[in-house]
Design a protein around this ligand. Structure first.
Ligand code: APR
Length: 262
């Protein structure tokens, strides 16, 4: 199976499509595995901006616990061998881009240059009023979490503005630029163009449960791509070749096995 996938990738023209399983070995929990994020935190509250905003005022200690989990995993997360393997495939001209559902910025930190973040990024803030966007990087994101937690733990949050960073344009509060449930994805047209043009779509670590992102493998296939999936357990991804196991183990082996002289 790995040789089939390696042969498919030979010759270039591949695009990677990644989900939370890509970063599981970096210590960032996935969403739907046993013990995952949505098992421990209600997605209706913590997966929507309105839910988070309301909870910050009504039950600040619950939001503080959620932010503490975010800070714990994001402060220490580093790119895995899987992230580095995808960057290597791009360097070798075999991978054109990474379309990711992840907001952790680990693909860019591993050296991937063309990364399309369709669910936004925690390394970016967006103004709640003027929608101005600011790249802040991971360290400033962690510092913003610390400030928000301090406010939330004071027991009384008068307004969101009291715990959020301020926009440099209009002084209004800014929020992390992640795509919450019910919000449209970002750069989806670019992602769609990339997967439709791909000769191979290398799908890594996604359950294929969340739409419209989960439409991308089918769209790639309909446009003639071979879908190679790296993941663990059952998923809804329509794959032609399936490699079952950890991304951090399979992707480096796959990157080594792809013939460079094709
Ligand atoms: N290597 C490869 N795959 C893994 C690993 C690993 N080490 N660990 C877990 N997986 C698999 C899981 O078995 C599962 O199939 O990764 C997949 C993760 O699925 P989800 O937790 O549903 O995450 P994802 O598909 O990225 O969720 C999509 O849902 O909550 C929203 O916006 C959020 O972007 C997210 C979207």
């Amino acid at each position: 199976m790995l040789d089939d996938a390696a042969r498919a990738l030979a010759g270039g023209g591949a695009v990677a499509f990644t989900g939370a399983g890509m970063s599981a070995e970096a210590g960032i929990p996935t969403f739907r595995d046993p013990g995952g994020v949505w098992e421990r935190f209600d997605p209706d509250v913590y997966g929507t901006w309105e839910g988070l905003a309301r909870a910050s005022l009504e039950r600040p200690d619950g939001v503080a616990a959620f932010l503490a989990e975010l800070r714990r995993v994001f402060a220490r997360a580093r790119p895995t061998p899987g992230h580095h393997a995808l960057a290597r495939l791009e360097d070798d001209g075999l991978l054109d881009a990474v379309v990711t559902q992840n907001v952790d910025g680990l693909h860019q930190e591993a050296g991937s240059r063309r990364v399309v973040e369709i669910h936004g990024s925690f390394s970016r803030l967006v103004g709640l009023v003027c929608s101005h966007r600011e790249e802040i990087g991971r360290q400033r994101f962690v510092e913003a979490l610390d400030r928000a937690m301090t406010g939330l733990r004071s027991g009384f949050v008068s307004s969101l503005g009291a715990i959020l960073p301020r926009c440099s344009i209009d002084g209004a509060p800014m929020r992390p630029d992640f795509v919450a449930f019910g919000e449209p994805p970002q750069a989806f047209e670019e992602a769609d163009d990339l997967v439709r043009a791909a000769r191979v779509l290398l799908v890594v670590g996604t359950s294929g449960e969340v739409f419209p992102a989960a439409e991308l493998p089918e769209r790639a296939r309909a446009a003639g791509a071979v879908v190679v999936e790296v993941g663990r357990g059952e998923t809804r991804v329509p794959a032609d070749v399936r490699l079952d196991g950890d991304a951090g183990v399979i992707l480096p082996a796959l990157a080594d096995a792809v013939p460079r002289d094709a």
